[in-house]
Design a protein around this ligand. Structure first.
Ligand code: CU
Length: 332
């Protein structure tokens, strides 16, 4: 199998052991790294973000991944009220996006590894390093999230308009990851910008991950706008402090632009890590507390008739209820 041989050769040369995890989908930025040509072996987007300046960590600008969008018309589709699936892997080679899916496994490093996370009686859980998923087992996996911004250009995304809309506890773990979508309103006609996030919890450098996607909401969408998010706060020790409502992504352990500070240890005795789970007030699954009033969404996105018809109908009904304003029209 030449593809497999090629993948293994290139991967062994490129120091796979140090790689971490990214979310792979055709709608992602940096699908080919920054090569500008099809690169089935890239792991560029997988590089963790740690102690960087804001302009560098924001959407993985440190290596210009934010400058390589998906091809026109390719989106991560988010079915309102449904689910979508991405592949969490250490290299594109180990996803169905490369080599016709011939090098994929249960885990994101191309292997099945049924023994991972399994320990015998009396043994302490050990950090899993291959794949480098920063955990000892599934139950200790930190959690990952997707956020959405109702703008169509990445340059218009800010921490204040990028809202976490789904969280998947106990990931990254295996390759396949399926996230739930709340009843999001439709995107502008050119789509939305989404981001995947992960804050590692132990087992190595306490880094974070942020990568971009072009995305759009599909199917019958909601009519409530997503509201302005606030910074999430640590609340493991006092769930009554957990912030309800729309939350920003977690920006942590960078030189600037952090929106979360933690110190000390969590209830399990490990150094606190502000991860996408209950410790930071994130519920599992679709985040249903991010919306404003019904009818507040401005992007209808799927009008049945051209816009001028709606103005015409509105004007006609105004005339009907307030005929005095235009008696001549009605009597003619
Ligand atoms: Cu890592």
């Amino acid at each position: 199998m030449p593809a497999l041989t090629l993948a293994l050769t290139v991967l062994s040369l490129s120091g796979l052991i140090r790689a971490h995890v990214a979310a792979w989908h055709p709608g992602m930025y940096c699908l080919n790294g920054t090569s500008g040509v099809d690169d089935p072996n890239t792991s560029q987007i997988v590089t963790p973000l740690y102690m960087l300046r804001k302009e560098d960590w924001w959407f993985h600008h440190v290596d210009k991944c934010d400058e390589f969008p998906p091809p026109p018309g390719v989106f991560l589709e988010l079915p309102a009220g449904g689910t979508f699936t991405v592949e969490l892997a250490v290299n594109r080679a180990f996803t169905t996006l490369s080599f016709e899916g011939t090098v994929v496994g249960e885990f994101g490093n191309g292997q099945d590894r049924p023994e991972l996370g399994v320990i015998g009686p009396g043994e302490e859980p050990q950090c899993i390093t291959e794949p480098n998923i920063h955990t000892q087992n599934e139950s200790m996996a930190a959690g990952t999230a997707f956020a959405i911004s109702y703008v169509s250009e990445l340059k218009d995304v800010t921490p204040e308009n990028l809202v976490v809309f789904t969280v998947l506890y106990n990931t990254p773990w295996k390759r396949i990851a399926t996230y739930s979508v709340p009843n999001l309103p439709a995107c502008p006609s050119d789509g939305c910008i989404c981001a995947w996030g992960w804050v590692a919890n132990g087992c190595g450098e306490p880094n974070m991950y942020m990568q971009g996607f072009r995305c759009k909401v599909t199917g019958p969408s909601g009519n409530s706008a997503v509201e302005t998010p606030a910074s999430p706060i640590w609340c493991e020790d006092d769930p009554s402090r957990c912030m309800r409502g729309p939350k920003q992504m977690v920006y942590w352990n960078q030189l600037e632009g952090n929106n979360v500070e933690v110190e000390g240890f969590d209830l399990s005795g490990s150094p606190k890590s502000p991860t996408y789970n209950a410790k930071m007030g994130f519920s599992n699954g679709a985040q249903t507390d991010i919306f404003g009033k019904p009818g507040s969404a401005t992007n209808s996105g799927r009008r049945l008739l051209p816009p001028w018809i709606y103005y015409y109908i509105t004007a006609l009904s105004a005339l009907h209820f307030f005929p005095d304003y235009c008696p001549a029209l009605l009597s003619s």
